[in-house]
Design a protein around this ligand. Structure first.
Ligand code: ZN
Length: 284
């Protein structure tokens, strides 16, 4: 029951929900990185959140949630693909100790980027001025999508979990007052969930605990897994932008080109024949 995404809807309303929980995929994402506790915890929240967001967006590709700041964590990011492959990283945060979100990510900006397999890249950016990641994401949806959205996130260093409720455009219920009442009722109930319950209870028990008096429809859960999108081919493609001459000079100087993937620690090594082949292949 771990590492899953669970969609649910409330009958006769235009409100949907998602639950995410990560266990093994969280551990695999932390990998052998020696993150301080507060950083590992925030990475869990980023992962739980990016899984929730990827479920709300219809897209084929990669969704990236990234924060940059002047605080103790200069960079933190998590990615989810439409195949529910997750990965995450924090950079430059070796000395992060604060328990305060705003100190960790002072003067920060949060970007949400969708890179579809086909079509245009989309990016939305909001200031990180909420008290926690969930609040910042709620602000993002309010500003950019104009969809009422509430998000609950929790991480205890073993697991990460999240819940999302989102109001959809009027379809089942077009009465604005009733819509508002339904939204308030369902979000107030959701607010009674504790961080511990969100992490520990099976999804059906969470939904029963919150909504046993509501008509909730649940869908088949989707598995989530850690999987890095790096590959030899993609690494070579990235190197291409440096140009054949520069790459040849690096090899002459250092013997080979070595690339380390920060997400999964995969090591790539390229020699002159790899570079020659890379540029041959693209000459038509
Ligand atoms: Zn990798």
């Amino acid at each position: 029951m771990s590492d899953q995404l669970q969609r649910f809807i409330f009958d006769d309303t235009d409100i949907r929900g998602e639950l995410s929980r990560l266990d093994q995929s969280y551990h695999d994402s932390l990998n052998t990185h020696q993150y301080p506790e507060v950083v590992a915890q925030l990475i869990g929240e980023f992962l739980a959140a990016v899984a929730l967001l990827s479920a709300t967006l219809k897209f084929e590709g990669t969704l990236t949630l990234q924060a940059r700041s002047d605080g103790e964590i200069p960079l933190i990011m998590a990615e989810a693909t439409s195949e529910n492959d997750l990965r995450a990283i924090a950079r430059g945060a070796e000395d992060a100790r604060s328990n305060d979100f705003k100190t960790l990510l002072a003067n920060g900006q949060l970007s949400i980027t969708i890179e579809p397999k086909q079509g245009k890249r989309y990016q939305g950016i909001v200031s990180l001025d909420g008290a926690n990641l969930a609040e910042c994401l709620e602000g993002y949806f309010q500003q950019s999508e104009q969809l009422s959205t509430r998000i609950w996130l929790s991480c205890d260093h073993q697991q990460a979990a999240g819940m999302l409720l989102q109001e959809l455009p009027a379809s089942h219920n077009i009465n604005p007052e009733q819509r508002q009442q339904q939204w308030q009722h369902l979000t107030q109930l959701a607010d009674t969930i504790t961080a511990a319950e969100l992490l520990a209870l099976p999804f059906d028990q969470i939904l029963y605990r919150l909504y046993h008096q509501e008509q909730v429809r649940i869908f088949d859960p989707t598995p989530l897994q850690f999987k890095c999108s790096c590959s030899e081919q993609r690494t070579l493609s990235a190197l291409r932008t440096l140009g054949q001459q520069e790459l040849t000079e690096i090899i002459a100087d250092q013997g080979s080109i070595e690339i380390h993937c920060e997400f999964c620690h995969q090591h790539y090594q390229f020699a002159q024949p790899d570079i020659d082949k890379l540029f041959q292949a693209t000459v038509h």
